[in-house]
Design a protein around this ligand. Sequence first.
Ligand code: SAM
Length: 333
Amino acid sequence: MPTSLAKLLQCELLEEHEFLELLTYEGREIEETAGRVSVEHFGREIKLRGLIELSNYCRSDCYYCGIRASNKAVDRYRLTKEEILEVCSVGEGLGLGTFVLQGGEDPFWRGARLVDLVQELHRCYPKVVLTLSLGEMSRTEYQELYDAGARRYLLRHETIDPLHFKQLHPPRQRIEHRIEAIHALKEIGFETGVGGMVGSPGQKLYHLALDLAFIQRLQPAMIGIGPFLPHHDTPFRSYPSGSLERTVRMVALCRLICPTANIPATTAVASLSSEGRRQAIEAGANVVMPNLSPPRFRKLYQLYDHKASFGSEAAEGIEILRRELSSYGFTAK
Ligand code: SAM
C-alpha cells in the first residue's frame, strides 16, 4: 500500500505531491479500498435523488457548457411552478426522498419567485429534502432559500486553480466569487456540495491534486465529479472527453478523503461509458440522480453531447436502474 494511501486511511491531511502520487498510482487498490469504505458507511445501498432540470436559460457563459448564454442555437425553456409541482408529485409517487432542482443561472427562477417555489415545495412535501443547484447568488439570497426550507446546495467549484478557472470561464466569472459563495452556503447551514470535471481543457494532473487538497480541507457534504464531455456548440467542441479511468480514480480519492460525503455516480460518467456508473459505484459513489424532468424538455438541457436522460437515467426507468444496481450487488433506497 502506498504510504500516502495509508496516511489517508488514518485521516491525515495530504500534500499536493502525495495526491499526485495517488492519482498516478497503478493498480486497483485505491478504488477497491474506497469501495470498501463506502460500503462500511452506507452498506450496499445507493441513495436515489430526483433531478429536476428547472430551466436552460443561463446568464453565465462557461466555455464548456452547452447551455451557456452565448449559445444562440439552444432552444430555451423554463418549467412553470405548476410543472415543477407536477413532477415532484411523480417523484413522491416513486418514493424519492430528495428533489434536486438544477438549472442555468436564470433570472426568472431567482429571488422572491424562487423563494415562493421552495416554500410551496416544502409545504407540499415536508418530508422531502430540497436540494438546489442554481449557481452563484448573494449570501442574502442563499439565506432566504434556506429559511424557505431548502437544505442542500450543490455548487461545483469546477477547478480551484485561478489560472485554470480563467481558461474555463470568461473574465467576469471568478474563482474568488465561487469560493465565497461556497463558504456562505456552509456558514448558513446548507449541506454544501462542490466538485468539478475531470479532463477539462487545460487541466493538468496537478490541478486535480490541488482540487483534492481543497476538498479534503473543506470537508463538503456532497462531491460531484464527472468527466468533461464536449458540446458541439461551445468553444471546447474539439477537445476530447475526460477519461473514465481518471474520473473513477477521482471518485475513489474523494471517497477516501471524505468518507461520509454523498458522492453521485454522475450522469456524465454514465453518458461517457456503459461501464461508468458501475465503476463509479464500485469506487465509492453512493448516489444516483434519476432525471425527473418532463421528458419533452430533457433533450433541451444538453450540457454536453450525448447526455443520457432516458432509460436507467430517468425516473420512469427507475425499475431498470434498480435491476442494474442489483446486478452489481447494490439496492436502491
Ligand atoms: N448553473 C448551476 C451551476 O453553475 O452550478 C448548475 C447547472 S451547471 C450546468 C451543472 C454542472 O454541469 C456544472 O457545475 C459543470 O461542472 C457541469 N457541466 C457543464 N458542462 C459540462 C460539460 N461539457 N461536460 C461535463 N460537465 C459539464
